[in-house]
Write a protein that binds this ligand. Structure first.
Ligand code: ADP
Ligand code: MG
Length: 335
């Protein structure tokens, strides 16, 4: 019989990485979330070879103190929560304190950072945890190179460069729609692919979903007590053959939730036919205590305390918005 023994730290992180770090886009999602949690107003992303060779993200957020750099890479170390009460009302994207540790266990990672109150930056290497001075602007730059270089079995699951790039682009689109006040840029293999200026949701939706979407979209603005639904929902004339333009967020977090998708689909049921799919960017807000985001580290699932009430609310809010005569709607632009 084999005896029981504790696993080494690196292996524990690599096992965790198997769940969270599915592909370059999942790394990018985590890094974007960290930059946004740090209060960044501009985020620049550079990718090479679909993000497999390199993901470099630079933000102008609050930065990390040199003495904390080591902790940023440690498992279960976070600046975002400290207690169960914090966890139940968490408003940041991150709180598990394991993304960077997981990523660093399956790629070559370095983090350079400078807080706003210091003159000098520092950089840490993920493999040696050596910290050295670095000349840089205030903010943080994270580099993730050679994803899965030490876990060839996982590397085999990566798809073609164009596919991985498309997933990265989609991760950025999702984040950018929820954070229109933040400027983003995205470059791939040295060429600029996206440049999104800071603005409001209308402008961001236009940049990401296109003018045609916005021309057919009704502005959604429904609030009932602690529940609120805002965003844009396209009228049926602008329907899609796929679900590619369905962006649903719960308290600012992108989710792919059956209940919400169903409520939306039902609201369109009378006006949308056959195999067509509605297009929308919707933000549901509710008391953080009424929703559990702690279901899975990477999956975009949530659990509602009162699922029925949420379903009803979303359904009625959307149905009313779609059915209302044009002139009565606030913020609706006739075309
Ligand atoms: P979590 O986001 O769940 O806290 P991470 O492993 O993603 O866990 O990050 C660990 C910690 O590193 C964060 O809590 C934060 O303090 C710090 N950190 C990571 N990225 C950044 C960044 N871009 N700017 C400032 N701090 C960061
Ligand atoms: Mg994080």
């Amino acid at each position: 019989m084999a005896r029981i023994h504790p696993l080494p730290d690196l292996l524990i992180s690599q096992i965790a990485a198997g769940e969270v770090v599915e592909r370059p886009a999942s790394v990018l999602k985590e890094l974007l979330e960290n930059s946004l949690d740090a209060g960044a107003t501009r985020i620049d992303v550079q990718l090479e070879e679909g993000g497999v060779r390199l993901i470099r993200i630079t933000d102008d957020g609050g930065g990390i103190a040199p003495e904390d750099l080591c902790l940023a890479l440690a498992r279960h170390a976070t600046s975002k929560i400290g207690s169960l009460e914090d966890l139940e009302r968490v408003s940041s994207y991150g709180f598990r304190g394991e993304a960077l540790a997981s990523i660093a266990s399956v790629a070559r990672v370095s983090i350079g950072s400078r807080t706003t109150d210091t003159q000098h930056g520092s950089r840490i290497r993920g493999d040696t945890l050596a910290v050295e001075p670095a000349a840089m602007a205030a903010g943080t730059t994270v580099e993730v190179a050679d994803l899965y270089f030490n876990t060839p079995a996982r590397r085999k699951f990566l798809r073609a460069e164009a596919t991985e790039y498309a997933h990265c682009d989609e991760a950025l689109r999702r984040m950018a729609l929820a954070n229109p006040a933040v400027a983003f840029s995205l470059a791939h293999n040295g060429s600029q692919r996206r440049r999104l200026a800071a603005g409001d949701l209308r402008r961001r939706a236009q940049e990401i979903l296109g003018s045609e979407f916005l021309e057919h979209a009704r502005s959604v603005e429904v609030g009932a007590g602690p529940l609120g639904l805002t965003g844009f929902a396209a009228l049926p004339a602008y329907s899609r053959s796929g679900r590619d333009e369905q962006y649903f967020y719960v308290n600012g977090r992108f989710v792919r939730d059956k209940l919400l998708a169903h409520a939306a689909r039902e609201a369109y049921a009378d006006v949308l036919h056959g195999a067509r799919h509605p297009a929308y960017v919707l933000f549901l807000s509710l008391d953080p205590a009424g929703v559990d985001v702690n279901v899975h580290p990477a999956k975009t699932e949530v659990r509602f305390r009162d699922a029925r009430a949420v379903h009803q609310f979303v359904f009625h809010a959307l149905q009313r918005t779609l059915a209302a005569p044009l002139a009565t709607l606030p913020g609706t632009h006739a075309t």
